[in-house]
Design a protein around this ligand. Structure first.
Ligand code: SF4
Length: 375
């Protein structure tokens, strides 16, 4: 299989989006964020293109203005705000990074690497590295990011993209594998003006390859479930996606009167349940206070009796229980993985551990429910 890093990234973020793009070959309209990102990438390339003289701030600004694309914005105000944000990003960048201080070896460098799976089948991964610098004692591989959110250093230390890019770099400079510790891999967050860097070991590179192979297996098995996330806001396939397309029903000209009234009633009932729950909580508190005040545990009303009961929940000393149950081969019967706790720590686990955990996951049972998100 041939796959680019960005397609793999697409698959990991939302398999269905990958399918729309790569399998069904549906053209995705470019979002304004994507256009803004490419204008900034192009300007970074202009700033760092090696020449006799490095570009000045004015020249960088002129380049930025020339390639600016106002057509993608919805209103003149939105366009002005985006343009000014770009100006500030470039100004801040150039103040912090004098282009003359860098020894740029390659810009937008394309790579292809070959990896083999357990059946000895070859797969080709391609990508484009934004910038490769020759540093005093080694190299630096840099990828620019225009996202609002910045990851933790821990995430950068395990970032798959940087491992793949380093492999791409090594395919061009194979001897540098001897000096791995002198190659820095960096993500430059332009909106924050912050560069996060890390290094990689040979083991990390191999594990990165394995993640790629695991993802390829999922694609080949045609697993294309949608994943709703904040990234949906930038997805050009919302009007086809089962998680969103109902929002575009007017465009699809479907008679939705009946379903609309059911949706409205369902949301109203759900909200009535919430109001009732809140009211019940308040009355319960008042009755508890009354029971305390009167020194009684039951109260009698016209339509029934309310009694106060005490329910206790216990927790156990894990170590002690383990010592007692393990010799009886019963420990594993009572220990259960807490899925929520596991999900909470996933983000800080090394990428290879996360990948192994994902592989150890199987569907236990499936239930469908309705979740209301009020406007
Ligand atoms: S809208 Fe969201 S869930 Fe649907 S395809 Fe796009 S990214 Fe996936």
């Amino acid at each position: 299989m041939r796959i680019s890093y960005s397609s793999l990234d697409n698959y990991q973020n939302c398999p269905l989006k990958y399918k729309f793009k790569e399998i069904d070959h549906i053209k995705e309209p470019k979002s304004k964020e994507a256009v803004f990102g490419s204008v900034l990438h192009d300007t970074m390339k202009f700033i760092h293109t090696p020449g006799i003289l490095s570009p000045t701030m004015d020249q960088a600004m002129e380049h930025y203005s020339n390639i600016w694309n106002p057509a993608v914005f919805e209103s003149p105000d939105e366009e002005r705000a985006a343009f000014s944000q770009g100006v500030k990003i470039i100004q801040d960048y150039m103040k912090k990074n004098n282009p003359a201080d860098f020894n740029v070896a390659n810009l937008e460098s394309r790579f292809q690497i070959e990896i083999k799976d357990d059946k000895n089948e070859s797969h080709i991964i391609s990508g484009i590295i934004d910038r490769i610098d020759k540093t005093e004692d080694g190299w630096e591989i840099i990828d620019y990011k225009t996202t609002k959110k910045m990851p933790s250093q821990e995430k950068v230390d395990n970032d798959l993209q940087l491992s793949v890019y380093l492999k791409g770099f090594l395919s061009r400079y194979p001897k540098e594998i001897e000096n791995l510790s002198k190659i820095k891999v960096s993500l430059y967050y332009l909106k924050h003006g912050v560069k996060l860097s890390a290094e990689r070991t040979v083991e990390q590179l191999q594990k990165g390859e394995q993640i790629f192979l695991d993802t390829i297996k999922l694609i080949e098995a045609e697993k294309f479930e949608p994943i709703v996330s904040p990234l949906c806001d930038w997805c050009g396939f919302q009007n086809r996606c089962p998680m969103w397309k109902h929002k575009f029903k007017e465009l699809r000209k479907i008679d939705t009167e009946e379903v609309n009234s059911k949706i409205a009633e369902y949301i109203e009932l759900k909200s009535a349940i919430n109001i009732t729950k809140e009211r019940l909580g308040k009355i319960q508190e008042d009755i508890m206070n009354y029971l305390d005040q009167e020194g009684v545990e039951r109260v009698f009303g016209e339509n029934g009796i309310i009694a106060r009961t005490l329910r206790k929940t216990y927790k156990y000393d894990d170590k002690k229980i383990k010592e007692l149950l393990e010799p009886l081969d019963k420990w594993k019967d009572v220990v259960k993985i807490d899925g929520i706790a596991l999900k909470n720590i996933m983000g800080i686990l090394p990428v290879e551990v996360r990948s192994e955990i994902e592989k150890a996951k199987v569907v236990d049972k499936e239930t469908r429910s309705l979740v209301v998100k009020k406007k």
